[in-house]
Ligand binder design. Structure first.
Ligand SMILES: Cc1cc2nc3c(=O)[nH]c(=O)nc-3n(C[C@H](O)[C@H](O)[C@H](O)COP(=O)(O)OP(=O)(O)OC[C@H]3O[C@@H](n4cnc5c(N)ncnc54)[C@H](O)[C@@H]3O)c2cc1C
Length: 569
């Protein structure tokens, strides 16, 4: 049995930052199903938030209030406070690690405006910020190679638990197909989001809910899964992201009549209102028949920014437009629509990144989570742009520290290697043998379609019930699929089937929690309950597994400084 003091699943920003902390004193393994620099963090474009005040005076207090108002007052405010206070320090640390940030004319780290932030506080590397940070962290990990072992292209199947303690994970080496047990004193999940359950999404192919479902499958709850963020500027029909930085730099949104329609929806912030508001405004224009050329898209207009600014600040966005649809944003508008982008919900943790087992906050020993797969919850019902990279770095570090403190001086827990391996081998064998008539591609496409149309930007009871029934039907059909590649070496078909199983489970959890929340808050909008209802729904959802399907309980919101107020922009 392979042993490491700390096993971290995920090598995005959260996983790598975590490893750098834990490896200061312990032997650490980082496991990732894609090569580390292919983690979705590398696709992040616009920036990372911190109240440095390099462009305009700013403070952590303002960052805190913007984050809470942006989250529609569902955020846990104690966690938000510590997180925004840490932001300036972690930015300078990243800079000292070698991360290249864009600069002001006097040499400071440049900062630009972003939706819902009242001050320009996004630090950035042109429009490739995630790429710059991910590579800086990867270099640091290489430097620490003696105490960190990276398992590249290994797939995590399941968590090993013994009562209230987590003791390791069961994994496959994708290259050889061998199943192994990794025993650990502490396990950290940094497995990212699950946007791939939707048809139109900005997320990478690897964002498939494996981590959250592995936690759910051992009886742990998931928090606030109904809150999914739709980003306003996904490439029409494809979902690929044009960063909010485009609007941060001054881009306009135009409907089919050429009007800057945000005037009607958020007159004071216009295109830089929070994402939930802008995405709904776009969808409302489209639904009212004011899409561009009668289609389901609107226009992102950057032409007035001029070639010099676009080439300096938004070069990747320009290239994406040219490569994917042959449109150059220097001279033409880009067609866009809302795209599933970020998962506010996830594995519930306390503010020290310990995973919790129930709505009272009881800890699961030896298990930690950070980054997009976790729900701390600093984002509440809607995350502000650039707050997620910050979350991954701040809580990645913190998870590493907490795992280290937990694992120092304790022994390995009980693991029955044969039994743990057998459970996974049996599941794998079942998948290998499948020879039914159903196509996994069809099942995947139907799941994505129904989630987009029935559990997307606008939801209601009737649609959600249809969505749930459809997903249950797809889960039945999933058992009757056909696997054609029976080989062991690099059998990606098998992993795609396992990922689809996880996504079907997660989709059902999202829709079930969305049905239960009979109000509109942040990214969750019910046309049949169109207002926020603090009297009945100012709580987090905690979704538990049961033989009858997902069961939803309530967890209270931590409110310290800011009482819920009306949210206008
Ligand atoms: C296109 C795009 C642009 C964005 N731009 C910004 C931005 O400008 N600013 C901002 O703040 N946020 C942005 N975000 C959001 C932000 O990038 C993510 O929330 C954040 O990077 C998530 O980091 P993470 O470390 O939690 O997960 P990820 O970077 O997604 O990494 C997940 C890791 O888990 C591993 N993994 C998952 N499942 C398994 C398994 N079964 N076995 C083994 N390994 C597994 C993967 O291999 C990967 O290494 C953007 C997101 C997208 C999609």
């Amino acid at each position: 049995m392979i042993q490491h003091d700390v096993v971290i699943v995920g090598a995005g920003l959260a996983g790598m930052r975590c490893a750098l902390e834990a490896c200061k004193e312990l032997d650490v393994a980082v496991l990732t199903k894609v090569y580390p620099s292919r983690s979705h963090s590398g696709a992040a474009q616009g920036g990372i938030a911190a109240s440095l005040g390099n462009v305009e005076p700013d403070s952590w207090e303002e960052h805190m209030y913007d984050t809470i108002k942006g989250g529609d007052f569902l955020n846990d405010q104690d966690a938000v406070e510590e997180y925004v206070k840490a932001a300036p320090r972690v930015i300078y640390e990243l800079e000292h690690m070698g991360c290249i940030f864009s600069r002001t004319s006097d040499g400071k780290i440049a900062q630009r405006s972003f939706g819902g932030h009242s001050k320009p506080r996004a630090c950035f590397s042109a429009d490739r910020t995630g790429h710059a940070i991910l590579h800086a962290l990867h270099e640091q990990l290489m430097k620490n190679a003696k105490s960190v072992k990276i398992y590249n292209e290994w797939y995590m199947h399941s968590l090993i638990v013994d009562g209230d303690r987590c003791n390791g994970v069961v994994v496959s080496n994708v290259q050889t197909g061998e199943v192994e047990v990794l025993q650990a004193k502490a396990v950290v999940f940094a497995t990212g989001g699950y946007g791939r359950v939707f048809k139109i999404t900005s997320n990478a192919f690897a964002s498939t809910a494996d981590g959250v479902m592995a936690a759910f499958d051992v009886g742990l709850p998931l928090e606030d899964p109904e809150f999914v963020q739709f980003h306003p500027s996904g490439l029409y029909r494809q979902g690929i992201l044009f960063s909010e930085a485009a609007r941060g730099e001054g881009g306009y949104l135009l409907n089919g009549n050429g009007e800057r329609f945000m005037e009607k929806y958020a007159p004071s912030r216009m295109e830089l209102a929070p994402r939930d508001i802008v995405a709904r405004a776009e969808q409302s224009e489209i639904n009212a028949g004011r899409g561009v050329n009668g289609e389901d898209c609107i226009h992102l207009d950057l032409r007035h920014l001029g070639e010099a600014r676009i080439m300096e600040r938004l070069p990747q966005i320009r290239q994406l437009g040219i490569d994917f649809i042959g449109v150059d944003c220097i001279t033409d508008c880009l067609p866009i629509q809302p795209t599933a982008h970020y998962s506010m919900g996830g594995i519930p943790t306390d503010k020290h990144c310990h995973v919790i087992r129930d709505e009272k906050g009881t800890r699961m020993n030896g298990f930690f989570a950070a980054g997009e797969c976790a729900c701390v919850s600093v984002h509440g019902g809607n995350r502000l742009g650039t707050n997620s990279l910050l979350e991954a770095v701040v809580f990645g570090e913190r998870a590493g520290r907490s795992a280290l403190e937990y694992a120092v001086g304790i022994d390995y827990g009980n693991v029955n290697e044969g039994q743990e391996k057998a459970k996974v081998l049996e599941k794998l064998e079942d998948v290998y043998q499948r020879d039914g008539s159903e196509s996994y591609n069809d099942i995947r496409n139907e799941m994505k379609e129904v989630m987009m149309t029935h559990c997307g930007v606008f939801r209601d009871e009737e649609k959600l019930k249809i969505c749930i029934e459809t997903l249950k039907g797809l889960q039945e059909r999933f058992k009757k699929g056909k696997v054609t590649d029976k080989g062991k070496l690099f059998n990606t078909e098998i992993y795609e089937v396992l990922e689809l199983g996880n996504m079907l489970g997660m989709a059902l959890i999202i829709a079930s929690a969305a049905l239960e929340r009979k109000e509109s808050r942040g990214g969750h909008f019910r046309t049949d309950f169109a207002i926020r209802d603090d009297a009945n729904f100012l709580h987090h959802s905690m979704v538990f597994n049961s033989p009858e399907g997902p069961v939803i309980k309530k967890k209270s919101v931590v409110i310290t400084k800011h009482q819920p107020a009306e949210r206008t922009y």
